[in-house]
Design a protein around this ligand. Structure first.
Ligand code: SF4
Ligand code: SF4
Length: 297
C-alpha cells in the first residue's frame, strides 16, 4: 500500500508521514523533475489500487458533483472515516474496493472515470506537498514539494522533464489550493497547537460542515440558525443551490463556533450595537441643538 500525502492539510503528521518525508529533496516551483504518465505504460492504472488517499472537503464536493450524488450517499459508499486516538479532526479517506486488488472504485481500463474531478492527491502525484515546522508558528512554515517513491511507477523513467510549476498548472490544482488554504485555517487551527481537543459533538459539527453538505444545508435552512446570525442575503440565496457557497459558510461557522473567531456576527449583538450607535447619535444631536451650531467645538 502506498500513500498520497499532504501533511499540510490533514494537520496530523503521523510517524508514517515523517518516514515518507525523511531524506527527501525539497523541491520549489522552478525545480525540475522527470515524469510522464500515459496508457501505453505497463504500469498504467497500477497506482489506482491499494492506496491511501485523504480527501479534503473540496475533493469530496467535486467528486460528488461529478457523480451527481447526495453527500450522505457519497460518503457512505466511497469513503472511510478511520478513527485514531490522536485524531484532532475527522479524517476522510477514499474507500478502496475489496480484496485482493483493492482497486479504486473509479478506475477503469481507460483510466480514471472521474478524471476532471479527481481528488487533489491524484492530481499531484508523483509530487507530495509538506510544510516545514521549523517556524515559531509551526503550521505556517515554508511549503515544499517532494517526489513520492514508488518503484513500480515507470513515470519517473520517461524522458519528459518539467518544473513543479508546470506540473501544477497542467494538473489544474489552483482551485484546490485555494480551498486547501481555507481548510488549513480549520484543521491546523492554533486551538489544536495549544492542546485543544474537540468533543465528539464538535467533531460531528466539523464533519457535517466540511463533508456532509446536504445535512449542513438542512441545518442552515430548517433550523433557527440563520436567525441567530447576520448573514448577507445574497449568500443565503446562493447557499440554497451552491455547494461552494455552503462550504464557505460552513468554514466560517466552524471557526466561529469551535474556535471563537469573530467570523460571524450574532444577530442580537449586532442589533444591540446598532441601538447603541443610535443612542450615542441622539445624545450628540441633543447637545448640538442645546449649544447651537456656532458653539459646537
Ligand atoms: S506512470 Fe506511475 S502514475 Fe502513471 S500509471 Fe504508471 S504507476 Fe501510475
Ligand atoms: S480517483 Fe481516479 S486517479 Fe484517483 S485513484 Fe481513483 S481512479 Fe485513480
Amino acid at each position: 500500500m502506498s500513500d498520497r500525502i499532504d501533511n499540510t492539510r490533514s494537520g496530523q503528521r503521523s510517524a508514517l508521514e515523517e518516514k515518507v518525508l525523511d531524506g527527501k529533496s525539497r523541491l520549489q516551483p522552478d525545480d525540475r523533475f522527470r515524469f510522464s504518465c500515459h496508457p501505453g505504460l505497463p504500469c498504467f492504472n497500477r497506482c489506482c489500487a491499494d492506496v491511501n488517499i485523504f480527501l479534503s472537503p473540496y475533493d469530496v464536493l467535486r467528486m460528488r458533483q461529478h457523480l451527481g450524488m447526495g453527500s450522505r450517499e457519497f460518503l457512505e459508499r466511497y469513503t472511510l472515516l478511520p478513527v485514531q486516538r490522536d485524531m484532532r479532526t475527522p479524517v476522510v479517506m477514499l474507500r478502496m474496493q475489496g480484496e485482493p486488488e483493492k482497486r479504486c472504485p473509479f478506475v477503469t481500463d481507460a483510466g480514471c472515470s472521474i478524471y476532471q474531478d479527481r481528488p487533489w492527491p491524484c492530481r499531484m502525484y508523483p509530487l507530495g506537498l509538506a510544510a516545514s515546522r521549523d517556524t515559531p508558528d509551526g503550521w505556517q512554515g515554508e511549503r515544499f514539494y517532494f517526489l513520492l517513491d514508488d518503484p513500480g511507477c515507470l513515470g519517473a523513467q520517461q524522458a519528459r522533464e518539467l518544473t513543479v510549476r508546470e506540473w501544477l498548472e497542467d494538473q489544474e490544482v489552483e482551485a484546490y489550493d485555494v480551498w486547501g488554504e481555507a481548510y488549513k485555517e480549520l484543521a491546523l487551527h492554533r486551538f489544536f497547537e495549544q492542546g485543544g481537543e474537540l468533543t465528539p459533538e464538535k467533531m460531528d459539527m466539523f464533519y457535517m460542515a466540511c463533508y456532509d453538505l446536504d445535512k449542513l444545508r438542512r441545518f442552515v435552512f430548517d433550523t433557527s440558525l440563520l436567525r441567530k446570525f447576520e448573514v448577507d442575503e445574497d449568500l443565503v440565496e446562493e447557499m440554497r443551490y451552491s455547494d461552494e457557497a455552503l462550504l464557505r459558510f460552513g468554514f466560517l461557522w466552524l471557526r466561529f463556533s469551535l474556535f471563537g473567531e469573530p467570523t460571524m456576527r450574532i444577530a442580537g449583538e449586532a442589533a444591540e450595537e446598532a441601538r447603541q450607535r443610535l443612542n450615542d447619535r441622539v445624545v450628540v444631536d441633543r447637545k448640538l441643538s442645546r449649544t447651537g451650531p456656532g458653539d459646537a467645538t
